[in-house]
Design a protein. Structure first.
Length: 68
C-alpha cells in the first residue's frame, strides 16, 4: 500500500481517537489531541512498520492506554 494511503488511514484513526478520548474523559479535543500527540502511541501510529495504522481507532486507543 502506498505511504500516502497509510498516512490517510492513520490521520483518520487519530481524529477519531481524539474525539473519542475527549468525550470519554470529559476534556476538550485540544487537550485530548495534546495528550495523544505527545505519546509513544502517536509515534507508533505513524511508524508504518508497526501496522497500527490499519487497526482502527478503538484498537489505537487501547494501545494508547497501555503505553501511557
Amino acid at each position: 500500500m502506498e505511504i500516502e494511503k497509510k498516512k490517510f488511514c492513520a490521520d483518520l484513526i487519530l481524529t477519531d481517537a481524539i474525539m473519542d478520548m475527549a468525550e470519554e474523559d470529559g476534556i476538550s479535543w485540544q487537550e485530548a489531541r495534546s495528550k495523544i500527540i505527545n505519546s509513544s502511541a502517536y509515534t507508533a501510529l505513524y511508524d508504518f512498520e508497526t501496522g497500527l495504522w490499519g487497526n482502527g481507532p478503538d484498537y489505537f486507543r487501547d494501545f494508547y492506554k497501555k503505553t501511557a
